[in-house]
Design a protein around this ligand. Structure first.
Ligand code: ZN
Length: 483
């Protein structure tokens, strides 16, 4: 594959260096020096990203060359892909044929589990070192996989770039408000994380549990430290924002509030924008595939980092679709340790050919529309967008009667809404809200749908720290839940 490597190198080396645009802080040169010594790949990838960001043709050239390189590597170094890529004609006798890419079978978590070793590369190009990682396991058993340092450098570089498009340069203050960090749950963070936080100029706040004093501590910290950007776990910041709105608190307004960890529904983004008077930015990524896409301040959609990823949305006929909801299949182009090709990650989204008004060349993921396991069905078997039902329910939460809610579907056309009363609130007080929820839900679920309400003492967070707005029971959808 030396031909492609050389072509790619010459293409990348011929691109101009526009790093200066990211450096808005005295820490930036220090951070750059640290990268130069420790992870030069981060700077190299940043140069690639900045050089292609305004040229669709250059971006496409890098994307294609990297995709071709990945397929060849996967074919030559893993038993699984040697078989699969030969069988579908994507690689024949060592020659990659990208025209057959859409015929490559999807990779699923089940395949990762069953094929295990056969997906791991037997050898890696010089300079690549593998590390093990695992998925969060929010929809069942966590999956273990391997990633190499080039993949990690790319993830860091992509994130630095994405943050720069929402108003935060290298070294400017960022506050990460996140839930599922084991060290944070214990109340301590290790020296490595502390050093990293110093270098990145990052402070942490945990939102694993959000009693009132935790919310107030987060608000105080934001106000005192005045970060340029908040980088938040959806459910944590959602609770903080609702508190700020409810109590009409004035709080420091950062350049942006970046949201990740789970699907951000429009009503949540709105509450966050009201609270911070800052744009709520949707970012998408995961441990399996890295930093995939992020909105810029224009918010025309999420810019997909196609220099490092191929993202497809798969329709009901298992073919890629544009301008329609589908299940996302993601190919990280730079992880050679254990190649993931067309990985069905369990998220749904809509790709679009529209362009963002910012003029960046990165194509757009118009919207993330939830987890595959969250899609509900009415009695006709029609798919129901979970965002709408969550919104109906969420509108009634936080009104001093209902504290928490959750939608459970055990069979098509039937929904149970689990609710938790606010302390001191009574069932009769909740009744008018239940009637309104039922009426609005019936509109989409159909008049023949069964909608029940049950009251619980509490609705705990899932194992991965996400608030389980939607639950589909195993009996209904064991295949999807086993993903
Ligand atoms: Zn844009």
């Amino acid at each position: 594959m030396s031909r492609i490597s050389k072509e790619l190198d010459s293409l990348i080396l011929s691109l101009p260096n526009r790093n200066a645009a990211l450096d808005r802080n005295w820490r930036a040169p220090i951070i750059r020096t640290a990268f130069r010594l420790q992870n030069p790949g981060v700077l190299r990838e940043l140069e690639v990203i900045q050089s292609v960001e305004r040229s669709a043709a250059k971006l496409q050239a890098v994307h294609q060359a990297r995709l071709e390189q990945l397929l060849h590597h996967a074919w030559s170094q893993t038993d699984y892909y040697r078989e699969v890529l030969e069988a579908c004609g994507a690689v024949r006798a060592g020659r990659v044929n990208l025209d057959r890419f859409d015929d490559i079978p999807f990779l699923t978590k089940d395949i990762i589990r069953s094929q295990g070793e056969r997906l791991i590369a037997k050898s890696l190009p010089a300079g690549r070192k593998p590390h093990t990682n695992r998925s969060g396991g929010s929809t069942g058993q966590p999956v273990r996989f391997w990633q190499d340092n080039v993949y990690w450098d790319t993830t860091i570089a992509t994130r630095i770039y994405h943050f720069s498009t929402v108003g935060k340069g290298i070294g400017q203050r960022e506050m990460k408000i996140w839930g599922n960090e084991p060290d944070l749950r214990k109340g301590t963070i290790g020296w490595k994380a502390k050093l990293e936080n110093f270098v990145y100029n990052r402070k942490f706040e945990q939102c694993w549990h959000l009693p009132e004093e935790r919310i107030l501590a987060i608000i105080r910290h934001i106000d005192e430290w005045q970060p340029q950007m908040l980088w938040c776990f959806r459910d944590g910041i959602d609770g903080v924002a609702r508190y700020i709105n409810e109590h009409r608190i004035r709080v420091h307004s950062p350049a942006s509030v970046v949201l990740g960890g789970a699907t951000v529904y429009p009503f949540m983004a709105q509450a966050i924008e009201n609270a911070f008077k800052s744009p709520a930015i949707s970012a998408y990524g995961s441990r399996e595939v890295g930093a995939v896409a992020c909105q810029c301040l224009e918010r025309g959609g999420l810019h997909i980092a196609t220099q490092a990823h191929r993202v497809e949305s798969i329709g009901p006929d298992e073919r890629p679709v544009m301008e329609a909801d589908g299940e996302l299949a993601i190919t990280p182009l730079l992880n050679f340790a254990m190649p993931f090709i067309r990985y069905r990650i369990g998220d749904r989204g809509r790709m679009t050919q529209r362009q963002c008004t910012c003029g960046r060349a990165f194509p757009l993921l118009h919207a993330l529309t939830g987890r595959v396991v969250e899609v509900l069905h009415n009695l006709k078997g029609e798919q129901i967008d979970p965002g709408y039902l969550i919104w109906i329910m969420a509108e009634k939460i936080n009104n001093r009667v209902l504290k928490k809610g959750q939608i459970v579907q055990e069979e098509d056309g039937a929904i149970t809404v689990n609710l938790v009363l606010e302390p001191g609130a009574s069932m009769p007080q909740a009744q008018p809200h239940l009637a309104e929820i039922r009426k609005a839900m019936t509109l989409v679920m159909g008049s023949e749908a069964t909608i029940r309400f049950t009251f619980l003492d509490d609705i705990p967070l899932s194992q991965s720290g996400k608030y389980p707005y939607i639950v589909r029971r195993r009996s209904l959808d064991s295949a999807a839940l086993a993903l």
